[in-house]
Design a protein around this ligand. Structure first.
Ligand SMILES: [Zn+2]
Length: 160
C-alpha cells in the first residue's frame, strides 16, 4: 500500500477589479441572474453566467418547485440554455454566485456534486477545460481553472 495525494491550486482575489474586464462582465451577469431565481422555498438564490466562445454571454438561475426533487440548479439551467442557444459550442468561463435572505455567505458558493458532474461532462464534450469563477457579495473571489479540480476522480463514462 502507498498513500497518494490529490490537491489543486486556485486563485483568490479580494475584488472583481483585480480580474480582467471580460471576467468582470461575467461576474456582473451572474449577479444579474440572481434576479431570475425562483426560490420561494429555500430563499437561496443562485445565479450563473457563461462566456461562450465567440463572446456571447448567457445566464441562468435556480428554479425550485413545490416537489423538491424537481428543483433545478442554476448551473443546470445555464448549461441547458447554452446548448439550446449554441449547440455544441465551447464554454470558456462560468461565473457562479449566490445570495440568501436568511444566511450571510462568508465564502464563495461552490457547485453541488451533481453540477460539478454536469460541468465536467461539458468539459469532456468540448475537449477544453472551463474556468469557474465563484463569488458572493462581500466574499473573496475564487477562480478555478477546471471543474476537475473540485471533482477529482470524476465519472466520465469511459469505464463503462
Ligand atoms: Zn447543483
Amino acid at each position: 500500500m502507498k498513500k497518494a495525494v490529490s490537491s489543486f491550486e486556485y486563485e483568490v482575489y479580494k475584488s472583481a477589479s483585480q480580474l480582467t474586464e471580460s471576467d468582470q462582465i461575467l461576474i456582473h451577469e451572474a449577479k444579474e441572474a440572481l434576479k431570475k431565481s425562483y426560490s420561494p422555498y429555500s430563499k437561496f438564490k443562485v445565479g450563473a453566467s457563461a462566456l461562450v466562445k465567440g463572446g456571447a454571454i448567457l445566464s441562468g438561475a435556480n428554479m425550485e418547485n413545490a416537489a423538491y426533487p424537481m428543483c433545478i440548479c442554476a448551473e443546470g439551467v445555464l448549461l441547458s440554455s447554452v446548448e439550446a442557444t449554441f449547440p455544441g459550442e465551447t464554454i470558456e468561463t462560468i461565473a457562479i454566485t449566490a445570495k440568501s435572505s436568511s444566511v450571510k455567505l462568508l465564502s464563495p458558493p461552490t457547485p453541488c456534486g451533481a453540477c460539478r458532474q454536469l460541468i465536467s461532462e461539458k468539459e469532456n464534450r468540448q475537449g477544453k477545460s472551463i474556468r469557474v469563477i465563484l463569488f458572493a457579495e462581500n466574499t473573496e473571489i475564487y477562480v478555478i481553472e477546471t471543474i476537475k479540480d473540485i471533482l477529482p476522480f470524476s465519472f466520465d463514462g469511459s469505464v463503462i
